[in-house]
Design a protein around this ligand. Sequence first.
Ligand code: ADP
Ligand code: MG
Length: 284
Amino acid sequence: AAPVAFMSGMSRAARNGVIVKSSGTLEQLARVRTVAFDKTGTLTYGKPRVTAVHTEGMAPAEMLALAAAVEQHSNHPLAAAVVDEARTGGGTVRAAQDITEIPANGVRGTVGGHTVVVGSARFVERETGRGTSQPWAGTTAVHVAVDGRYAGYVALADELRAETRATMASLHRAGVRTTMMLTGDGEHVARHIGAEAGIDDVRAELLPQDKVAAVRAAEPRPVMMVGDGVNDAPVLAAADVGVAMGARGSSAASESADVVITIDDVSRSARAVQIGHRTMRVAW
Ligand code: ADP
Ligand code: MG
């Protein structure tokens, strides 16, 4: 191999907002056949907003207030949106005690003597021992249980990035066979967003360890994984090429990654593959 070609490939990549950590990674990029993406913050903007509050028995404003009281202690983007909605119109958020957050599941706490649990359908079903209501397919639900009884859900929508659909087409033109979405979100919303994005293979309701297993089992290889979140570090490390995206990307994710995309633009993942091809054409 000609070192000069690798040097110019890496500097071309850097000019495109793509930091490639080693020349071996450039070679791998040229061969990538499967690309897996995290959904929230990667395929979407990761700025969910509340679109509806559905309750069963309780006043919607009361359920929102209870949910916000525990969510104010979480850093999850869904939590921030629930708190913002509760504050809209000058509402104050009540105090909560005994907070426990279970990553990729939700949060539990005590508000004014009531036990409040918020999070995924599976997490809240375990709390109540019964099923949850299903929101419109395009929205993510944060389900709520109060004192062990199902109270309803807060529905949130997160917009697909403008460049996401075209990125899938570019990857296919660059020789990628399969695009995948790996998400902890519900099956309905995942399928809806997957179809909108033009993703080939959608995997929903995955815990962090399930995402790692999905990447390890993915075919054909090599597999590239693109993600932005704190919880994405293990899955980036499990991929043949791990790509951390975004100015807000956590340092844990960036450290586990082989490639860092320095701006919030998912199309740079396809650029990285194209630069890999170009470098390998001139490297031999
Ligand atoms: P993603 O795969 O989209 O990054 P996560 O793994 O972060 O999603 O979370 C998976 C699911 O767990 C969310 O869709 C949500 O239902 C639930 N969840 C996790 N944390 C919270 C939280 N703080 N508040 C509400 N729901 C949460
Ligand atoms: Mg995430």
